[in-house]
Design a protein around this ligand. Sequence first.
Ligand code: PD2
Ligand code: ZN
Length: 291
Amino acid sequence: MQFESLAADLQNWLKTSIEQGHGRDALVQSMRAAGYQRNFAREAVEVALAKFAPAGGAGETAQEEPTPLDTTTILAQSPNSIETSDRKVDILFALNAPRIVLFGGLLSDEECDELITLSRRKLTRSSVVNAETGAYDVHPDRTSSGTHFERGENELIRRIESRIAELVGCPVERGEPIQILHYKPGAEYKPHFDFFDPAYPGNEKVLAMGGQRIATLVMYLNDVVAGGSTVFPEVGLDVLPRRGNAVYFAYTTEDGQLDRRTLHGGSPVAEGEKWIATKWLRQRDYGGPGV
Ligand code: PD2
Ligand code: ZN
């Protein structure tokens, strides 16, 4: 494709957007949102970047921006499942803005049970990153306990990490280690963002390890008797925990900003207990603790 063969208004828009510093992924997503086909959008962005991206800019970074799961495509084509190499995963709903997808049957019952069994004896109280100091603090907003598995730690973890990478289109290397969380009755995680606000000094260190978080996958490992839903108060959405299901949400808007509509929390468990496994995805390869 030649840049000059594109419609004049599209040429102008691409040139201006690149000069304003918008990256590959944001440009493709904007074009997709405007109704262009995915392959056309990608090719148009490539030829425009080749022409206008400054050296070391969006077109020439060592690592391409990842392409997290494209909800607009799911909505447009209405597939009701995605075939990965080893498992068919259902799509139970897809919301475009903010980008939230509920997967059915991402994990088998056996995989859920095994994750719980391997974690039960190594749980410690969960912490949160203090945005002012960078320390990991125990905080009343987060009353779960948890543990993690190093990336690729065993066959089960490798299998699940490969499946996730295939499903959401983000390389395994950009994933943080899988975290396991356990909530007893009354335990919760009050509404928060999973991305790190770059305005706070304490977040500098976590941002240096693979850049910003771009998306979260919360996998439910058991059925909770009552409560324990994942809530998105900005959009009035409550995702109920069901063993094997997983909610995915991505927090980059079409114009490359952090999407504050992804505010979310884990509501208090009213009865029973709740186990989840969480995978956070980064902009670049993640080399922080636990890898
Ligand atoms: O437990 C949850 O459903 C939940 C909700 C929101 C977990 C997290 N965030 C998290 O660990 O970040
Ligand atoms: Zn969260």
